[in-house]
Ligand binder design. Structure first.
Ligand SMILES: Nc1ncnc2c1ncn2[C@@H]1O[C@H](COP(=O)(O)OP(=O)(O)OP(=O)(O)O)[C@@H](O)[C@H]1O
Ligand code: SF4
Ligand SMILES: [Mg+2]
Length: 367
C-alpha cells in the first residue's frame, strides 16, 4: 500500500488561557485527538459548528501552530522535524486559502505583486519572467491578465478570492488548505469558485482540505468528509456514505437540519439538539457530544455510563451505533408539544425528549 500524501495522527492543540489575576490558567482544547489521511488528488471536507476546531486544525496542518501532541506526516515524514531547506520545501508544498479574501490581501499591493509574493519569498525566478508567470496564473483562475497592476479594491469578492487561489497555486503545491473559502461570497459566486477549484484539481491532481460549515458545499465537492465537534472527529468517511447514511447521532442531527429543497418534505425528520454547546475549556467527559446527544437520553443506565466514562473512537465515534441507527430510523414528529426548559434557547426541544416512545422501546428491547 502506498504512503498517503498526508497523515494526521491523534493531533491535539490545547491553548493555555489566563483566567485572570491569581486565578491560574485553563486550557482550551481546540483540537483534541484528530486523525485522518488525505490522498493525492482528493478532497477532505472538514465540517462542524463554529468553534469546533476546524481553523485550528488547518493552522496546525500549515505548521502555523505547534501541536500539543500528535503527528502530521507528509509523504510519511513527520513535519515537526523539518528544518531549513526541508521546511522551506514543506512551505512550498502546503498552501492556504483564507475565508475573507478582502482581509487576506494587502490593499496597498497590486494583485500582480500579491500573486508574485510567494514566488519571491521562496527565491524563485520563473524562466519566462515573473510577470508572465503571474499573468498565466491570473488567466488560470479566470482573471484578466491585463489587470495585473490593479489593486484589490477594484475587484469583486469572488475576484478577490480568485486572487487568493492564484497566490496559493503560485508555488505548485501538493495540498491547499481552504479555510471557508466561499463562506463570504454570494451563492452564485460560491459555485463559480468551487467549480474553479474542481477544475484545478482535475488538471493538476492537487489535494484539498476544505473547511466549511455549509454541509451542502462539502457534499458536492469533497470525496471524504470529517465531521468535527468540540475538537474531535465524530464521523469520518467517504462523502457518499456520511451524507447518504450518517451513523453518528451528531451527523444525523446536522444533516436533518439542512433545509430540504422540497418544501413539502417531511419536517418530522428533523432532529433538534438540546442544550448549549459546551466550551472547549471544559468539555464533557467520555463522549463530548453526550450533553446534547438525542440518543443518550434514551439509553439505559449501563449504556449511559459508557458514554460518560469512555471516549468513543473509530470512523463513527459512538459507543451505541445500533441505538443511533434505530433512533434515526424510528424517530417520530418532534417538539411542538414540548415545553422549552426555563433559560434555554427556543430551539432546544428535542426529538429525543419529545418522543421517548417507539424509538425508546426499540432501544431498550435491543439491549
Ligand atoms: N489562539 C487561541 N487562544 C485561545 N483559544 C483559541 C485560540 N485559537 C482558537 N481558540 C479557541 O479554540 C476553539 C476552536 O477555534 P477554531 O477557530 O479552530 O474554530 P472553528 O471551527 O474554525 O470556528 P469558526 O467556524 O467560527 O471559524 C474556539 O473555542 C476558539 O475560541
Ligand atoms: S457515545 Fe453515547 S453520547 Fe456519544 S454519540 Fe454515542 S450514544 Fe450519544
Ligand atoms: Mg474557523
Amino acid at each position: 500500500m502506498s504512503t498517503p500524501l498526508l497523515q494526521v495522527e491523534d493531533l491535539a492543540k490545547h491553548f493555555a488561557v489566563s483566567k485572570g489575576f491569581l486565578r491560574g490558567t485553563s486550557h482550551v482544547k481546540a483540537v483534541d485527538g484528530v486523525s485522518f489521511t488525505l490522498e493525492r488528488g482528493r478532497t477532505l471536507g472538514l465540517v462542524g459548528e463554529s468553534g469546533c476546531g476546524k481553523s485550528t486544525t488547518g493552522r496546525l496542518l500549515m505548521r502555523l501552530l505547534t501541536p500539543t501532541s500528535g503527528r502530521i506526516l507528509l509523504d510519511g515524514r513527520d513535519v515537526a522535524g523539518l528544518r531549513n531547506r526541508e521546511l522551506q520545501e514543506f512551505r512550498r508544498r502546503v498552501q492556504m486559502v483564507f475565508q475573507n479574501p478582502a482581509s487576506s490581501l494587502n490593499p496597498r499591493q497590486t494583485v500582480g505583486a500579491a500573486i508574485a509574493a510567494p514566488l519571491r519569498a521562496q527565491g524563485i525566478s520563473p524562466k519566462e519572467g515573473m510577470k508572465h508567470r503571474v499573468q498565466s496564473l491570473m488567466d488560470r483562475v479566470g482573471l484578466r491578465p491585463e489587470h495585473y497592476n490593479r489593486f484589490p479594491h477594484e475587484f469583486s469578492g469572488g475576484q478577490k478570492q480568485r486572487v487568493g487561489i492564484a497566490r496559493a497555486l503560485a508555488l505548485e503545491p501538493d495540498i491547499v488548505i481552504c479555510d471557508e473559502p466561499v463562506s463570504a461570497l454570494d451563492v452564485s459566486v460560491q459555485a463559480q469558485v468551487i467549480n474553479l477549484l474542481q477544475d484545478i484539481q482535475a488538471d493538476t491532481g492537487i489535494s484539498y482540505v476544505f473547511i466549511a460549515h455549509d454541509l451542502s458545499v462539502v457534499k458536492h465537492f469533497a470525496h471524504d468528509v470529517a465531521v468535527m465537534y468540540l475538537g474531535r472527529i465524530m464521523e469520518h468517511g467517504p462523502s457518499s456514505d456520511v451524507f447518504g447514511e450518517p451513523r453518528h447521532p451528531y451527523t444525523q442531527s446536522l444533516l436533518s437540519s439542512v433545509p430540504a429543497p422540497d418544501p413539502t418534505a417531511d419536517r418530522s425528520r428533523r432532529i433538534r439538539l438540546s442544550g448549549d454547546l459546551p466550551h472547549p475549556s471544559n468539555p464533557p467527559s467520555g463522549c463530548v457530544f453526550r450533553t446534547r446527544c438525542p440518543v443518550f437520553a434514551l439509553l439505559d443506565d449501563e449504556k449511559k455510563t459508557r458514554c460518560i466514562e469512555e471516549i468513543p473512537r473509530g470512523d463513527a465515534a459512538c459507543h451505541h451505533l445500533p441505538e443511533a441507527a434505530a433512533f434515526a430510523a424510528g424517530r417520530a414528529a418532534p417538539t411542538a408539544a414540548v415545553p422549552a426548559t426555563a433559560g434555554s434557547a427556543p430551539a432546544i426541544a428535542t426529538a429525543a425528549t419529545a418522543t421517548a416512545t417507539a424509538t425508546e422501546r426499540k432501544i431498550h428491547a435491543d439491549s
